[in-house]
Design a protein around this ligand. Structure first.
Ligand SMILES: Cc1cc2nc3c(=O)[nH]c(=O)nc-3n(C[C@H](O)[C@H](O)[C@H](O)COP(=O)(O)O)c2cc1C
Length: 175
């Protein structure tokens, strides 16, 4: 089953990339076929909902083939990054019925919780299946060692299990 991980910020020096790589490895460990879909590769000058550009066609194909979608995104000024929204807006119908798992990232204590709630509202319009479970990566700058490994393996093992259990159950019953 193909479950892509959308990385929601292209910011230079982004900490969220470490989280996206961690989630990618957790997905692979559970047998999902996965890859990171980086907003940098879908960057637009302006919103494009024609569905005709190469970026739009590429994203539509990937979302169409996905059993579920995971978004890893930081919280910027209590919302989701604009570039993530512009990427998501490249397609529409392909999202329908797909489970969506959201991982929030922040340098502060809340792990992007406000961004997660806002993104869930967008997912309603995209007719995705909002998951109850979400992951909140707070103080992200202290979370990984120099090799990119997560420091508190035990706690994150528990949290990711709950997240992927729900995602697996939803994909198994087709959303
Ligand atoms: C434009 C901007 C706005 C931000 N706003 C918030 C915020 O509202 N809440 C928060 O917890 N962190 C905020 N941060 C800090 C991020 O949590 C921090 O950069 C963290 O490392 C995750 O983002 P990154 O992937 O860009 O590194 C903001 C960072 C930027 C660049």
């Amino acid at each position: 089953m193909y479950v892509p991980v959308i990385l929601g910020t292209g910011r230079e020096g982004r900490q969220s990339e470490k989280v996206a790589r961690f989630i990618l490895s957790e997905a692979a460990a559970r047998g999902f076929e996965s890859e990171i879909l980086d907003v940098r590769d879908y960057a637009q000058k302006a919103t494009d909902n024609t569905g005709k550009t190469a970026a739009a066609r590429k994203l539509a194909e990937k979302v169409k083939n996905a059993a579920a979608v995971i978004i890893v995104s930081p919280e910027y000024n209590h919302g989701y990054p604009g570039e993530l929204k512009m990427m998501l807006d490249l397609c529409y119908g392909e999202y329908a019925g797909k489970p969506l798992g959201i991982c929030g990232v922040s340098s502060g204590p809340l792990g992007g919780a406000r961004m997660v709630e806002q993104l869930r509202l967008v997912a309603v319009e995209l007719r995705m299946q909002n998951m109850r479970e979400a992951l909140y990566f707070s103080s992200v700058q202290d979370m990984f060692d120099d090799s990119g490994a997560i420091k508190d393996k035990e706690a994150w093992g528990r949290r990711t299990k709950k997240f992927f259990d729900e995602l697996s159950a939803r994909t198994a019953r087709g959303g």
